[in-house]
Design a binder for this molecule. Structure first.
Ligand SMILES: [Mg+2]
Length: 207
């Protein structure tokens, strides 16, 4: 089971540009702290946190602006992260593969299409498919159910603390692959520096 943003695709720059455009469009100065504050959060949560950070009172409007700005950035394309293509290709057709993302489906599908991974995953569960996004376990629980996979025999790859907590709460074995140095990884069972470190053959042998 894979997270998407910051794990398979390098959408952080796209999100950073989108967030900066929204913040400055609201007449506020850009503060790079926004990037880490919003990392891995679901759309409603991100809008609420940003509204509070900017001391503005219309999270719905901020949410709409964030989505529109992100969609424009994602349409320009987002790159695959190192090791992601090789890992997914090595597992495809040999293990059920899922994506559990706090992104909205329209953004997730743009991202997956831009790195030519359409049709690769047996289940893609997005923030709009569940009641509670990460850090709640719902995305992972739903994705495991769709795959017919026992969470206790499933592995999750996550870059964000929020995502690691979600996967852990759903009962998966969690591999943390932080996208920023110094991010907390205490919810992960194992921590790696890059997906390049994962040997698909070893994962298959362990299964
Ligand atoms: Mg992520």
């Amino acid at each position: 089971m894979f997270d998407l943003d910051g794990l398979l695709v390098d959408s952080e720059d796209a999100w950073g540009r989108a967030e900066r455009a929204v913040v400055e469009g609201l007449g506020c100065p850009w503060d790079p702290a926004v990037r880490t504050l919003l990392l891995g959060r679901g759309p409603a949560d991100a809008a609420a946190v940003l509204a509070e950070f900017l001391d503005l009172h219309d999270p719905d409007e901020i949410g709409r602006r964030l989505l529109a700005a992100a969609e424009a950035e994602f349409r320009r394309g987002v790159p695959l992260l190192p090791g992601a293509g090789r890992l997914v290709a090595g597992l495809r057709g040999r293990l059920p593969l899922g994506v559990a993302t706090n992104s909205l489906r329209r953004l997730a599908e743009l991202a997956i299409a831009s790195v030519a991974l359409e049709g690769v995953f047996d289940a893609i569960v997005c923030a709009d498919d569940v009641e509670r996004p990460k850090p709640a376990p719902d995305l992972y629980t739903t994705a495991c159910a769709l795959l017919g996979a026992d969470p206790a025999r499933s592995v999750a790859f996550e870059d964000s603390p929020v995502g690691m907590r979600a996967a852990r709460a759903a009962g998966l074995w969690v591999v943390g692959c932080p996208s920023f140095p110094g991010q907390p990884t205490d919810a992960a069972h194992a921590v790696i520096g890059s997906l390049r470190e994962v040997d698909p053959g070893e994962l298959l042998a362990a299964g």
